[in-house]
Design a protein around this ligand. Structure first.
Ligand code: RIB
Ligand code: CA
Length: 314
């Protein structure tokens, strides 16, 4: 079966790290063409370091890693240290690695060249799990890549209220102009917003169960998720939403999810509405037809996530 080519654009970030692990454990279905690190949860330097080290930890040795945008298109840089810690991975420090960035030059140009170099007839699925800055810059700077893009499966947005403000989800709030460009690009988009990601997570006992597993990778992910569960301050008995992992599990197990078509507009104002994703299922137009996921088979989602995590060997 033809594997799905994907490009991970991320801001690791603990749930981004879980998305990496899901991709690393899905080599039967996914071909990770490359990884770019975008300023978001933490600074460009920290997310780039984390992306490089996590890819090495997960034996994604042949997957090139590049630095993406250092700041949003317009808005000021704002991180999520209260959720992901100063390092971006909670109290966990990923092991140092001899792996180098694929280029110290322009990561965006590298991404463009790798996409255009795909074998003839093949396309790629873009999987942004941080602010959409790199996606917007890629499409605006190199429109020739659009013909090679199958679709975008993104983590971001919400039709049910926000997490960084009352109205906005962090990835969209951090760079609303970039998100608006992406949502109006005409590319097919699957939106893993809070509508679905707040339903996709692990219980406290499932997270603590990782601690019982002997593997170094499982121990690392317990440390990250234990911090993340505390930082996301879920009420007792609630799920710890592992937002970014949902993009990859949707790609490997789409049958677990359902949703609806909407058009999406992003509030790019400097008001308390900044970053709100205004989702309407009233009128669907071709250049903005987004599938908003809103239902999941949670027990199966948890089984898939934990099985993939357990399969990873140091
Ligand atoms: O709102 C959740 C999103 O913001 C996730 O991608 C998380 O990593 C943060 O970037
Ligand atoms: Ca993220």
């Amino acid at each position: 079966m033809q594997k799905t080519n994907i490009w991970l654009d991320s801001d690791p970030g603990i749930d981004d790290a879980v998305a990496f692990a899901m991709a690393a454990a899905s080599g039967d279905k996914l071909n990770v063409v490359g990884i770019s690190a975008v300023s978001g949860n933490q600074s460009s330097d920290r997310v780039t370091r984390n992306a490089l080290r996590l890819s090495a930890l997960l034996h994604m040795d042949d997957v090139p890693v590049v630095r993406g945008a250092r700041k949003p298109l317009i808005k000021q840089v704002a991180d999520a240290a209260e959720v992901h810690g100063e390092s971006g991975l909670g109290h966990y420090t990923a092991p140092e690695t001899t792996k180098q960035l694929a280029t110290e030059d322009n990561g965006l140009l590298y991404m463009r060249n790798r996409i255009l170099a795909l074998p003839e007839g093949e396309k790629i699925t873009l999987v942004p799990t941080g602010p959409m800055t790199d996606m917007a810059l890629l499409l605006q700077t190199f429109p020739e890549v659009k013909a090679r893009i199958e679709r975008v499966v993104l983590m971001g947005g919400s039709s049910i209220g926000g997490n960084v403000t009352e109205k906005a989800e962090f990835n969209i709030w951090a760079d609303p102009e970039a998100a608006q460009i992406l949502f109006h690009s005409g590319l097919p988009i699957v939106m893993c917003g809070l509508d679905i990601t707040l339903k996709c997570g692990l219980t406290s006992s499932q997270i603590q169960g990782l601690r019982q597993q002997p593997g170094a990778i499982q121990q690392a992910y317990w440390r990250m998720l234990n911090f993340y569960a505390g930082a996301t301050d879920e009420e007792a008995g609630q799920l710890t939403a592992i937002h970014d992992a949902t993009t990859i599990i949707f790609l490997t197990n789409p049958e677990l999810f359902s949703g609806k078509f909407v058009t999406v507009d992003v509030d790019c104002s400097n008001t308390d509405g900044q970053g709100e994703t205004l989702c309407s299922d009233a009128t669907i137009d071709d250049d903005n037809a987004v599938v908003l996921l809103n239902a999941v088979d949670l027990p199966r989602y948890q089984e898939v996530l934990l099985t993939k995590l357990a399969s990873l060997k140091e």
